[in-house]
Structure formats: structure tokens, C-alpha cells
Design a protein around this ligand. Structure first.
Ligand SMILES: Cc1ncc(COP(=O)(O)O)c(C=O)c1O
Ligand SMILES: Nc1c(O)cccc1C(=O)C[C@H](N)C(=O)O
Length: 389
């Protein structure tokens, strides 16, 4: 056994999260390192969704809105996500996509900063955030500027209304300093919106401790909510009373079933809803969140850092033609730069190592701590080495 294989076995043997892997439906012959794009299916979810379809919808039909708690599902599931992102209870709601929630948060923040008209957004962001920020600017008469996160502090002006940032960079895996950046934005009198798509479920997040104004994020990555699972939206408790979100619909009305022609927003976090909730997707996510019961997020973080660090060591030794571009202060992914990355990822996938290619030259690997083993990291690096040799 090689020295790396011995270490992998030892690390897997003493992994406090090792039992969690059995909760997921994974194939023996596949090393799945793409949970940062689409998380794996927890084994118990299909039966729960079957119940939603056949009994709740099939037999109970419309009674399920009240008797199965469908109506309150967006807030109830938000309550389950709150501890994973450090949100205050009662201040997270689930529904719509991340793109829609970025829009909701950015426009809400603009409405809280009258007299200011500039939106700054992370120049390295996953493109949808930039597109939405630009559209929000066009609709409101604001201006928009892309800024590298390292330059945010010196780019803030008296006119900055809102700053839209990513907690973890989707390409490099860099983890941004939520505390320092939020403080800088607040010192300039602006509001901050954090996109937690690549940190929720990947590491402990503390939006309350960092005084974050708004947070949004995906639930189909590290939260394993399934393809197209609805996104979350969180607001700082003291901002909730003044929240005036741009997509208020009948489901965020104070009395939805009064069907009044005049809009009066609900009082609690329900005011961040819009229309009929995506019940099947929401309840799929609800079931999937069970895998988090009892997980210590600090143990999760420890394992994630150990896994990504071990993978980099393996790559250095076994696949030296690839070079990590992921800084030490990171989320739960490693991105490697190499020649002909698209073809290399294609070959990796053909050989059972599933990551993704991000143009032009990156191989991106997500290390979901709940189900990835150190042995997987080693085997992925071995196969990469064989392809690159
Ligand atoms: C940082 C980030 N924000 C938003 C999204 C997209 O959100 P959605 O397609 O769910 O609207 C992604 C990935 O798809 C992402 O990586
Ligand atoms: N949302 C996705 C989809 O519907 C298909 C393929 C990929 C995705 C992704 O989530 C991409 C992802 N945000 C990324 O970080 O690259």
C-alpha cells in the first residue's frame, strides 16, 4: 500500500462523518465530485416524495394545503435552513430560484437606501448574479459596476446603495471574508447581499454574527435538495419590518384568502414570498434536509479542509501537470488548471470521476463532506494522473 493510500485509509477510518455516506444513493464505481453543482440523492427521499405525490396530492388533493402543512412549507423549511447559515429563526423563506431571490434582495436593498443609486457586484460572480444586478439597475434607474471582491472596500462611495457578493467563488473556490466585507459595506452606509450558493452546507456560515443584511442561495448543491430545488432568502431581523420586496404577490399578502385588490404585506418572513409555492420541490428538499440532523458543522468544516488539502497533495504527487488554483482560504472545492481541460474532464467522467469543466482551463471538483471519502480523493488524483501522463 502506498503512503498516500495508508493515509487515506487512516483518515477515512477516523472520520466522524463516515456513517453519513450510507444515507446517500451513490454508485460503487463512480467518484462523485460534483455535489457543488447537483448534490446526490439521499436514499430516503424517493419514498417521501412518493407519499407527497400519491397520498397528499393523489388522495387528499386540495386538503393538503392545510392538513399536510403545504401552505406554510416555505417558512417551515426556511426554519430548517436557518441553522445551516446562522440565520435568526423566522427570517428565512424558501421559494423561487436563486436568480429570482438575488433580484428580490437587490431591489429590496435599493429601496432601503434612498438617495443612493449604485449597485456594486462581484466581478468574479457566477454570471446570473451580474445579469440580475444589471437588470435591477435598468429597472430602477440605478447604475451598476462590477468590482473584484478584493477591491470592494476602496470602491465604495457615498452613492453605493447595495453590494452583491459571493461567499465562495464558484470557479476558484476562494472563501471571501464575510465579516470584513460586510463591515466595510455598512461603514459606507450601504446594504450587502451575500450569495451563499457555494457555502450553505459546505461550511458553517454565520450571517447573524456578521450582521448580514440579505442572504440568498441554492439548495440543490451542498444541501442536496434535487434538480431545480427552490432557493432560500434570508433577511436581518431588524430589517424585516421595513422590507419592501419587489415581487409581493398574493402569497405574501397579510390575508391571502381575503383576495383583496389592495396589497398589504404580511408581517413576518412570509412577506418575502410571491406566488404559489413549488410544493413537490419544496417537500423533496424538506426530506433531503434530514441528512443534516445531528451534523456538527465544525466537524464538517474540518473534514472538508482535510479532504481538499489531501486531494491537492495527491494531485501534486500523481498528476503534476495539473495545478491547483484554489487558495487556502476556501470553500469545499478544488479547481485545477491544466491544458485541454474540457477534454480531460470528459475523460475523467468516462472513467467514473465526475467533476465539471469551467471554461477555459479549469477542472472543478466539489468535495461534499457528508459523502466523499479520502480514498475517493486519492483515486480521483490517480485517474487524473493516468489521463495527463
Ligand atoms: C453563485 C451562484 N448563484 C446563483 C446560481 C444560479 O442560481 P439559479 O439557477 O438557481 O437561479 C448559481 C449556479 O447555478 C451559482 O453558482
Ligand atoms: N444549476 C445548474 C444547472 O441547472 C445545470 C448545470 C449546472 C448548474 C449549476 O448549478 C452551475 C453552478 N452554479 C456552478 O457553480 O457552476
Amino acid at each position: 500500500m502506498s503512503e498516500l493510500a495508508e493515509r487515506a485509509a487512516k483518515l477515512d477510518g477516523c472520520d466522524p462523518l463516515q456513517g453519513r455516506r450510507d444515507l446517500f444513493d451513490l454508485d460503487d464505481g463512480v467518484i462523485y465530485l460534483d455535489g457543488n453543482s447537483l448534490g446526490a440523492l439521499p436514499r430516503h427521499v424517493p419514498a417521501r416524495v412518493a407519499d407527497v405525490l400519491t397520498r397528499q396530492w393523489g388522495r387528499m388533493r386540495i386538503r393538503s394545503w392545510t392538513e399536510e402543512g403545504w401552505w406554510e412549507a416555505p417558512e417551515r423549511i426556511g426554519e430548517r435552513i436557518a441553522p445551516l447559515i446562522g440565520a435568526a429563526p423566522g427570517h428565512v423563506v424558501v421559494g423561487d430560484s436563486t436568480s429570482v431571490n438575488v433580484f428580490r434582495a437587490v431591489v429590496s436593498a435599493l429601496r432601503m437606501t434612498p438617495g443612493r443609486s449604485e449597485i456594486l457586484f462581484d466581478a468574479t460572480t457566477f454570471p446570473t448574479d451580474g445579469y440580475i444586478a444589471a437588470s435591477a439597475a435598468r429597472m430602477t434607474g440605478a447604475t451598476v459596476r462590477a468590482v473584484d471582491p478584493a477591491e470592494v472596500a476602496k470602491s465604495l462611495t457615498d452613492d453605493t446603495a447595495v453590494v452583491l457578493l459571493n461567499h465562495v467563488d464558484y470557479r476558484s473556490g476562494r472563501l471571501h471574508d464575510m465579516g470584513a466585507l460586510t463591515e466595510a459595506v455598512h461603514n459606507a452606509g450601504a446594504r450587502v447581499v451575500w450569495d451563499l450558493s457555494h457555502s450553505a452546507g459546505a461550511l458553517p456560515v454565520d450571517i447573524t454574527g456578521h450582521n448580514v443584511d440579505f442572504a440568498v442561495g441554492c439548495t440543490y448543491k451542498y444541501l442536496n435538495g434535487g434538480p431545480g430545488a427552490p432557493a432560500f432568502f434570508a433577511v436581518r431581523p431588524d430589517l424585516l419590518p421595513q422590507l419592501d420586496q419587489p415581487l409581493g404577490g398574493w402569497c405574501s399578502h397579510r390575508e391571502p384568502f381575503a383576495m383583496d385588490t389592495e396589497y398589504v404585506a404580511a408581517e413576518g418572513i412570509a412577506k418575502a414570498r410571491a406566488g404559489t409555492p413549488e410544493i413537490v420541490s419544496l417537500l423533496t428538499l424538506d426530506a433531503a434536509l434530514d441528512v443534516w440532523d445531528g451534523v456538527d458543522l465544525h466537524q464538517l468544516r474540518e473534514k472538508s479542509l482535510a479532504l481538499t488539502g489531501f486531494f491537492e497533495e495527491c494531485v501534486k504527487e500523481l498528476a503534476p501537470a495539473a495545478r491547483s488554483v484554489t487558495p487556502e482560504i476556501r470553500g469545499s472545492q478544488v479547481s485545477l488548471s491544466c491544458v485541454d481541460a474540457e477534454r480531460v474532464m470528459g475523460e475523467l467522467v468516462n472513467r467514473g470521476v465526475v467533476g465539471d469543466h469551467r471554461p477555459p482551463d479549469l477542472l472543478r471538483f466539489g468535495f461534499t463532506p457528508l459523502y466523499t471519502r479520502f480514498a475517493d480523493a486519492l483515486r480521483a488524483a490517480e485517474i487524473l494522473g493516468e489521463i495527463l501522463a
